[in-house]
Design a protein around this ligand. Sequence first.
Ligand SMILES: *Cc1c(COP(=O)(O)O)cnc(C)c1O
Length: 375
Amino acid sequence: MDNTFSSFNPISRTLMGPGPSDVDPRILTALAKPTIGHLDPQFIELMDQVKQLLQYAFKTENALTMPISAPGSAGMEACFANLVEPNDKVIVCQNGVFGGRMAQNVIRCGGELILIEDEWGKPTDINKLADALKTHPDAKIVAFVHAETSTGVKNDAKALCALAKQYGCLTLVDAVTSLAGVELRVDEWQIDAIYSGTQKCLSCVPGLSPVSFSPAAIDKIKARKTPVQSWFLDMQLVMEYWGEGAKRAYHHTAPVNSIYALHEALVNLHNEGLEASWLRHQRCHEQLKNGLQSMGLSLVVEQDFRLPQLNTVYIPDGVDDAKVRSCLLNEFNLEIGAGLGVLAGKVWRIGLMGYGCNERNVDYCLNSLQAALDK
Ligand SMILES: *Cc1c(COP(=O)(O)O)cnc(C)c1O
């Protein structure tokens, strides 16, 4: 093997899959700024701004709102590891891949899993949750995915949380793909624990997971009888570095430059306006939907619970899934997503997330897909 090495220079792509999404060049520039210490007073100031901006993005006043120094999956673990104690009954609503991961988390934390399943491509049936809550009045937590990236379904977070609250449960929500892409109101909807990711509608680099915990969630964490198994994700320890009025005690070395990038992404979101960002995702979705339909392609998910930022489209009969995707990648530098789980080989997933969610990209995607299909 040749053992001369040189810098890595990837061909740039247009990322229209399930994530990562296209990163705004301004965010890449922010990433290249000089690294400073993670306890430098300048960095502490930046941390405070990041917390405030995340509160804006989540629509919450929760003091414990911060990025976990690892990707969305770590935010998921942080929520479950901190809130689930051995033998706690946890209801998980599953209608895709990520709900399945939530269920795994419950089991690994020693919780008692009550699983409600709905068909992939359909939303969680609230009547099933009502039945489960009646059957299990001792349930402590209700968990579900707001934007199920594996299918393109939006679950009714507001209604599911309102119901869970009637039964005195804490609510735990996956907002990895929903944050900044569709309406999400943490305080108004009574969400107690929520996690997201930087690489979807925030169009930042992958590798951070914004989370937020309500005062009720913090009470449950503080009342734990057993310590959180994960040292790294134990929020009581993390709070001493990130928390309000914290000592800023060393816990781990924050990914300093990635936090610059997240700050820039959130400044961009704040400048555009959260509601304007939701609307832009909806507008581009309409444009994509019309284009796909006029090509004779059909969407998997019904309009009422369709995610604008993740469009699942049936692969037409006789078309080779892998061939089309590799043609798009190799000839058009365009990445779209394959189907997952039961939808593998049956659908494509077209993401319209964050910076990449614009009219020009929708046109580019439609034209490239048409060209690939014509071959
Ligand atoms: C992408 C995604 C995750 C996982 O995020 P990573 O950053 O890949 O760890 C979790 N949940 C949903 C709904 C996602 O779309």
